[in-house]
Design a protein. Structure first.
Length: 220
């Protein structure tokens, strides 16, 4: 269920809106619900999460760009946690999440093989003993010394103890069993959110892996 947008009184300069003319009295300062002053010029540059028609994130744009999409009826607003913008002749909601009214087909890039991505795929769990350990390492199922490739289907997370026990052998040679055959994870449609601050109001629209992911186990 989509929550009702919350409005906070906010005044903004109208010159950013197509067709609106600015006047000296149009730009003003206002306050949020907690009494903090807000600069409207800063507000229109705030990030907005853009969802595809199927609710998968496709972009992060500014409030200014999001309102243009809303005015042109190319998107609908799902969340408004910022308030609204006042122009000469209208009051417009300042969205924090919008959804496109048409489906954008975008190819998803495959995930890059790295230690972090392997640990995320394996949920920070040793693939031999099944324990979440703070000393995880990468293990090549078929060892490099036996010409094993550095690929998704030959790399797993392993605790230091299991890695030392397996040494330069295959699981069969070491009499060890994998929890599951390793494979490349599905392409990540949420790469656009990497290295971005995830706003609280965005979290209900994102899977838990994107909100923060599985916590890395800490040492005692």
């Amino acid at each position: 269920m989509v929550r009702q947008a919350r409005r906070v009184q906010l005044t903004a300069p109208p010159e950013w809106l197509p067709g609106a003319a600015a006047t000296g009295s149009d730009r003003a300062w206002d306050q949020t619900e907690d009494g903090q002053p807000v600069d409207p010029a800063q507000m229109i540059r705030a990030p907005v999460l853009v969802l595809n028609l199927n609710y998968v994130p496709v972009n992060v744009c500014t409030v200014r760009r999001a309102v243009v999409l809303l005015v042109k009826a190319k998107a609908e607003m799902l969340e408004n946690h910022r308030g609204h913008l006042r122009t000469v002749d209208r009051i417009i909601d300042a969205p924090s999440i919008i959804r496109l009214v048409y489906l954008v087909k975008r190819p998803f890039l495959p995930r890059k093989l790295s230690k972090k991505e392997v640990f995320l795929r394996d949920r920070f769990t040793c693939q031999y003993c099944g324990k979440r350990a703070p000393d995880l390492t990468l293990d090549h199922v078929v060892p490099r010394r036996q010409h094993g490739p550095h690929t998704w289907d030959n790399v797993v997370a392993a605790c230091n103890r299991c890695n030392l026990r397996k040494a330069g052998r295959t699981p069969a040679e070491a009499d060890m069993r994998l929890a599951k055959p390793p494979k490349a994870p599905d392409p990540n449609p949420y790469l656009i959110l990497q290295n971005r601050t995830i706003l609280v109001e965005w979290q209900p629209y994102l899977p838990w892996e994107v909100r923060g992911g599985p916590e890395e186990p800490r040492g005692s």
